[in-house]
Design a binder for this molecule. Structure first.
Ligand SMILES: [Zn+2]
Ligand SMILES: [Zn+2]
Length: 102
């Protein structure tokens, strides 16, 4: 087995699992992966990775905030037993619990 520690990193061509395009896995990124202890190669190109991130955003729950009376998004489903709260109000509430009146 080749010792990765001493091996030089070179840009590698990797095929994206999603769009089948060949993309560059740069030496810098490889170093980063090794530092992080990732064993696997990246599976997707930057574009597809970006797409998955957007998808994640689209999977957020839309709520109507009971505090500011505006529509907002949440990562978790809105609670059924109490008023929903948007991220903005939640942050405010955490910082200063008395700044909001329900
Ligand atoms: Zn791709
Ligand atoms: Zn709000």
């Amino acid at each position: 087995m080749e010792n990765l520690e001493n091996s030089k990193f070179e840009d590698l061509k990797v095929q994206c699992k999603s769009c089948q395009n060949i993309f560059n896995w740069t030496a810098n990124e490889q170093k980063y992966y090794q530092k992080k202890g990732f064993k696997k190669k990246p599976q997707r190109c930057d574009k597809c990775r970006e797409k998955t991130n957007t998808l994640r955003n689209e999977n957020m729950f839309y709520i109507h905030c009971g505090f500011c009376d505006q529509d907002g998004k949440m990562l978790t489903p809105p609670p059924k037993d109490r008023v929903a709260i948007c991220e903005k109000c939640f942050k405010k509430l955490v910082k200063d619990p008395f700044s909001l009146k329900s």
